[in-house]
Design a binder for this molecule. Structure first.
Ligand SMILES: [Zn+2]
Ligand SMILES: [Zn+2]
Length: 253
């Protein structure tokens, strides 16, 4: 595998000194997707057809609203509404209520999933379907594949890995899941200990930063140096939840 369009952004993410290079990539992918769709892509028929069908998730409706371009958003919402009403019409036509019995009432109480009918499944699907999430996930998987290629073939990248600050819990999970299929047994023997010590050493480091942040509230330490603790909370949250709480709202330039 030669260098791909993913190699340079991935290498840059590992050089960014971020608490998790994959959070760094995901944020970039998300911002690119938002500015793409609200830039002028919503005017293209083939893309609009996909957004009409998929819609967006709660989080991304919010982020798109905050981004700006209200006219673009209104145009997308409008054709999505047209499509949604047609689909709902089909769903309503096909719907037939199940027979209620005393037994089924008991069942519903015990396990709500038993009570899912085709219409509630359909609304759940609307909730989960998102053009932006979909675009992020597709690209993210390619970055992950590129990571496993580089870590097993490129010595310079391996050095970058050893000097990075580890990963957030969620992306550590993604790495573990993908390593199972991407690496040979021999490669796993080398990769897992490297990854595990990265995780342990960096969780410990952040715990120390948070601890010093707390100690700084003691009047005895008021003149002491902040060391690395000033932004211990946002970095601490990122390591746990993979989000940048301190980021300003992403807005149209
Ligand atoms: Zn992450
Ligand atoms: Zn989404």
């Amino acid at each position: 595998m030669k260098d791909t369009i993913y190699t340079i952004p991935l290498t840059d993410a590992f050089k960014a000194d971020d608490e998790c290079p994959f959070c760094f990539i995901k944020r970039k992918l998300e911002q690119d997707a938002i500015s793409f769709i609200l830039g002028c892509a919503y005017m293209e028929d083939d893309i609009r057809e996909v957004t009409d069908h998929m819609g967006f998730c709660k989080e991304h409706y919010k982020k798109m609203y905050e981004y700006g371009n209200r006219l673009g958003m209104a145009l997308m919402l409008h054709t999505h509404y047209v499509k949604l009403q047609k689909e709902l019409e089909k769903q309503l036509e096909a719907f037939s209520p199940s027979k209620s019995s005393l037994l089924s009432k008991f069942k519903t109480k015990n396990s709500p999933s038993d009570s899912l009918n085709q219409l509630s499944s359909w609304t759940k699907m609307q909730d989960q379907s998102c053009y932006i999430c979909d675009s992020i996930n597709k690209n993210f998987e390619r970055y992950m594949s590129t990571f496993f290629h580089l870590i097993t073939h490129n010595e310079d990248f391996k050095k970058l890995f050893t000097s990075c600050k580890g990963f957030c819990v969620s992306h550590f999970g993604d790495l573990m899941a993908m390593a199972e299929t991407k690496l040979s047994s021999k490669q796993k023997e080398e990769f897992y200990p490297m990854l595990f010590s990265k995780m342990k050493e960096n969780l410990k480091r952040i715990e120390g930063d948070i601890s010093w942040f707390i100690d700084k509230y003691d009047y005895k330490n008021s003149d002491a140096d902040w060391k690395n603790s000033k932004d211990a909370i946002p970095r601490g949250v990122q390591k746990l939840a993979g989000i940048y709480v301190q980021d300003p709202t992403f807005k149209e330039k």
